[in-house]
Ligand binder design. Structure first.
Ligand SMILES: C[S@@+](CC[C@H](N)C(=O)[O-])C[C@H]1O[C@@H](n2cnc3c(N)ncnc32)[C@H](O)[C@@H]1O
Length: 400
C-alpha cells in the first residue's frame, strides 16, 4: 500500500521533475541516487512523473523544437533507472502518448523500444514463475502501474475492472465484465444485433466495420481449392463467409460459445459440404487435431476474452504443429488498439515472439473506416475497443 508522501518526498519529487523538465542530466543523476525515477508530486494539478515532464518540455516538433541530445539523454537516463513506460498522468497520457502528440518521433521510438523491453521482461518473469514476492519493490510497482495489458481482440483491462475480479472467475453472474475471463464469457448471454455482436457486459465482441479486414485476412491464409484451412472464433461469421468464397477443400471452424453454435446452425453452416465445425474451446480441440496428425494450409485466430498469453500459446504450441511447411498463419491484431503506443509495443512484442517460435511476419497496413471514432458508432457498447487509425494485418509463414 502506498504510504503518505512526506514533505521531504514532495520536495525531492519537485526537484527531480524540475531537473527532468530542464533536461539537466547531471542534476538528475545525483537526484536519482536519492529517489525513484517514478516520483510524482501529489500536490501538482497534473500528476506528472519526471519522464512525462522531460517529454512534455520538448515542445512541438513541428514548431522547430525537435528533441535535442540533452532531452534524449534525459529520457534514456530515466528509463535506465526504472521509469515506467506506460505510467499515466491525470490526463490519462503515458509518456509515449505525449511524445506522439508533440510529434517527437525520436522520443516516441525510444518509448516504444522501452515498452517492448519491459513487456518481454515481464512475460519472461511470469514464465519463470517470478511472482510479486520474488521481484523487487520497484518492479512490483511497475506491474501495478501497467494499466494496459496485452490483450487480444476487444479486451481492455482497466484498473477498475481489475478491482472487480472476484474470487470465482468462472461465474458470469458475479463478474461485472465477462471479457476479463474466457470461461465467464463463454457462459454469458450474447446478443446478435444488426451490425454488432455484444456480450452480457456490453462489450462489442465483433462489429461489421471489420468486414474489409476480415476479407483480407481470409485471402491471406490460402483458402484455395484443394487446400485446407481453419478459423478459430466464428463471431459474426465475416471471416468464415469470406473464406467460403474461395472454396477451400476443407474449412474447419472452432467455436466455443453455445449461442454461436446455435447461430451456425440457424445460418446453415453445418450443412456446407466442405465445412467441419468443432464445438469447444481451441485449448481442448487442438490437442486432438494434433494427435490425429491434421495438417492445414492456413490457420486464422480471432477469439474473445483471451489475453496475449493465449495467442502466444496458440502459435507457439499448436500452429507450429498443425501448419503445413508452406502454410500461412493469420491472427487478429487488436492488442492495445485503444492507445497508439500500446498497439505499437504489442505489435512488436508479438513479432519478436513469433520469430522466436519460428515465424516471419509481414505486415499490411489497412486504414480503418473514416468516422469510426465518432461516439455514435460506439453507443450501447461498454467502451470503444478501437481508437487508432491503422490496422496492422499480420501474415506469418515459417522462417525459411
Ligand atoms: C471476435 S469473434 C470472431 C469474429 C470473426 N473473426 C468474424 O469474422 O466474425 C470471437 C469468437 O471467438 C469465440 N471464442 C472465444 N473464446 C474461444 C475459445 N477459447 N475457443 C474457441 N472460440 C472462442 C467467441 O465465442 C466468438 O465467437
Amino acid at each position: 500500500m502506498a504510504l503518505q508522501a512526506t514533505e521531504e518526498d514532495i520536495l525531492l519529487a519537485r526537484r527531480m521533475i524540475g531537473a527532468a523538465e530542464r533536461h539537466d542530466v547531471p542534476a538528475l543523476k545525483v537526484l536519482l541516487k536519492e529517489g525513484s525515477a517514478n516520483v510524482q508530486d501529489p500536490t501538482a494539478s497534473v500528476a506528472t512523473s519526471p519522464l512525462h515532464a522531460a517529454i512534455a518540455s520538448c515542445g512541438k516538433a513541428e514548431e522547430g523544437k525537435e528533441a535535442g541530445d540533452d532531452a534524449i539523454q534525459t529520457v534514456k537516463l530515466l528509463l535506465q533507472n526504472g521509469a515506467i513506460w506506460n505510467d499515466l498522468n491525470r490526463e490519462d497520457e503515458t509518456p509515449g502518448c505525449i511524445a506522439l502528440r508533440l510529434g517527437q518521433k525520436k522520443v516516441y521510438d525510444i518509448m516504444v523500444e522501452a515498452g517492448v523491453r519491459a513487456e518481454i521482461l515481464f512475460a519472461k518473469m511470469a514464465a519463470l514463475g517470478l511472482g510479486d514476492h520474488t521481484v523487487d519493490v520497484e518492479i512490483e510497482e511497475r506491474e501495478e502501474a501497467a494499466e494496459e495489458q496485452p490483450a487480444t481482440k476487444k479486451q481492455k483491462v482497466s484498473e477498475e475492472d481489475v478491482k472487480e475480479i472476484p474470487q470465482t472467475m468462472e461465474d458470469p453472474t458475479v463478474l461485472d465484465d465477462v471479457s476479463l475471463d474466457n470461461h465467464a464469457y463463454l457462459k454469458s448471454q450474447l446478443r446478435y444485433k444488426d451490425k454488432i455482436l455484444l456480450d452480457s457486459s456490453d462489450n462489442a465482441v465483433m462489429m461489421d466495420w471489420e468486414d474489409q479486414i476480415m476479407r483480407r485476412h481470409a485471402e491471406t491464409i490460402n483458402p484455395k481449392p484443394g487446400l485446407k484451412v481453419m478459423n478459430v472464433g466464428h463471431g459474426m461469421g465475416l471471416v468464415d463467409t469470406a473464406i467460403q468464397t474461395h472454396n477451400p477443400a476443407e474449412h474447419h471452424i472452432i467455436e466455443a460459445h453455445p449461442q454461436v453454435h446455435q447461430r451456425l446452425r440457424e445460418t446453415g453452416w453445418y450443412d456446407k459440404p466442405n465445412v467441419h465445425i468443432h464445438e469447444g474451446r481451441w485449448q481442448d480441440i487442438l490437442p486432438k487435431l494434433v494427435e490425429q496428425g491434421i495438417v492445414l494450409d492456413g490457420i486464422y485466430y480471432d477469439t474473445f476474452a483471451e489475453d496475449y498469453a493465449a495467442l502466444k500459446e496458440f502459435f507457439a504450441e499448436y500452429v507450429i504443429q498443425l501448419l503445413a511447411k508452406d502454410g500461412v498463419f493469420g491472427w487478429y491484431n487488436g492488442l492495445g488498439a485503444d492507445r497508439q503506443i500500446c498497439y505499437d509495443v504489442y505489435t512488436k512484442v508479438a513479432e519478436i515472439d513469433l520469430y522466436e517460435a519460428g515465424f516471419d511476419t509481414v505486415w499490411e497496413d489497412i486504414n480503418v473506416p473514416a468516422g469510426l471514432h465518432d461516439k455514435k458508432n460506439w453507443e450501447g457498447t461498454r467502451r470503444p475497443y478501437w481508437t487508432i487509425d491503422v490496422y496492422r494485418l499480420p501474415i506469418n509463414t515459417f522462417v525459411k
